[in-house]
Design a protein. Structure first.
Length: 121
């Protein structure tokens, strides 16, 4: 018959702790002309820091976009919110309204002039 011997050491409980630092990388990058975005295609090239619309002409559609990338190990994910701090302006200070009667949208649509209501501006 086989026999063997062993030893058992009784020690106090060992508490192991560790932490993992949260990572959050946010990158803005430009897109090439003719890139598909929300069911339409971009009409110009953008960079991480510029969206060069050029000359805006009445009736001419221009669609520009940037790509926002997030990489994180955050347990509950993330939310990206984009806000504007003012309307596009001409060199003389005239603004280009970014709405159809006050209703902003994240779906590309043909721009329509607001009604002639003083409260819209």
């Amino acid at each position: 018959a086989d026999t063997g011997r062993t030893r058992v050491a009784i020690v106090d409980t060992v508490l192991v702790t560790a932490s993992v630092d949260t990572t959050f990388d946010f990158t803005v990058s430009g897109l090439a002309t003719s890139t598909a975005v929300n069911g339409t295609s971009t009409t110009g090239l953008t960079t991480a820091t510029t969206i060069p619309f050029g000359v805006l002409t009445s009736g001419a559609v221009k669609t520009m976009a940037q790509k926002l990338d997030v990489v994180t190990n955050a347990r509950n994910g993330f939310v990206v919110t984009v806000e504007q701090d003012g309307n596009l302006q001409s060199s003389t200070g005239a603004d280009v309204d970014g709405f159809i009667d006050g209703a902003y949208t994240d779906t590309p649509a043909v721009w329509a002039a607001p009604t002639n209501n003083i409260a819209d501006e």
